[in-house]
Write a protein that binds this ligand. Structure first.
Ligand SMILES: [Zn+2]
Length: 217
């Protein structure tokens, strides 16, 4: 457990469940992760339990809030279980039971297909539970996620759009810009822009050294 990432509260009925899909939880997931430089997170850092499978996309995510990670995990589940979910589109349970195909592989298919469909559907549809961190319900912060970001008289749909815009303008990786911002703070966006402007045409090593200097200043 990371001390600055308090564990969310879990209702008794969901104890030991994955917050993303309600399967048995096996892993502890921290947000933001140490390798994900989130500069505009609208909620406090937190930890929650999830299953092995949901941990994979969550761990890869570069999203700026736990609710956006949630969406990416659902997309992953839908993709992974596309075939199972299609059962419910192509058949009703009754049709499947009354189908004229008998014997052989199809018997096994009939038995397991509907079950697999229901499991996948339940996991995709599960909505988690309200996030309470250190005794504070943070659900309403969810809606702060879509806020646009204004800088230098330009309205960007999101902070990420602004970061990508400037990173491209300076030919530096957007992850680097994010890392700079995570150190200097979003309120000093113009400082981060000035800092990164100096790095046009630099090598990754030079940029790393510049950031170290900035941090240790
Ligand atoms: Zn899960």
């Amino acid at each position: 457990m990371q001390a600055d990432h308090p564990l969310i509260e879990t209702p008794f009925s969901y104890r030991n469940c994955c917050w993303f899909c309600q399967e048995p939880a096996t892993k502890l997931f921290h947000f933001p992760q140490s390798n994900n430089f989130v500069v505009n997170c609208v909620h406090p850092s937190l930890s929650l339990y999830c299953c092995n499978e949901c941990f994979v996309p969550a761990n890869k995510s570069k999203a700026s809030s736990i609710w956006l990670v949630f969406k990416e995990v659902k997309s992953f589940l839908i993709k992974t279980y596309q075939k199972d979910l299609a059962i419910g589109i192509n058949w009703t349970q009754e049709e499947l039971a009354n189908s004229q195909f008998e014997g052989g592989n199809f018997e096994g298919f009939k038995r397991s297909a509907w079950f697999m469909y229901e499991v996948a559907k339940k996991r995709v549809n599960f909505q988690g539970w309200p996030l309470i961190v250190s005794g504070i319900n943070i659900e309403e912060l969810k809606w702060g996620d879509t806020e646009s970001f204004s800088f230098d008289n330009v309205e960007y749909p999101s902070i990420d759009d602004a970061i990508i815009h400037y990173a491209q303008a300076f030919s530096i990786p957007s992850d680097y810009f994010k890392e700079v911002l995570s150190h200097v703070g979003l309120e000093r966006f113009s400082f981060a822009v000035r800092f990164c402007r100096l790095l046009v045409g630099t090598t990754p090593n030079e940029r790393k050294a510049a950031l170290n200097n900035l941090i240790n200043d």
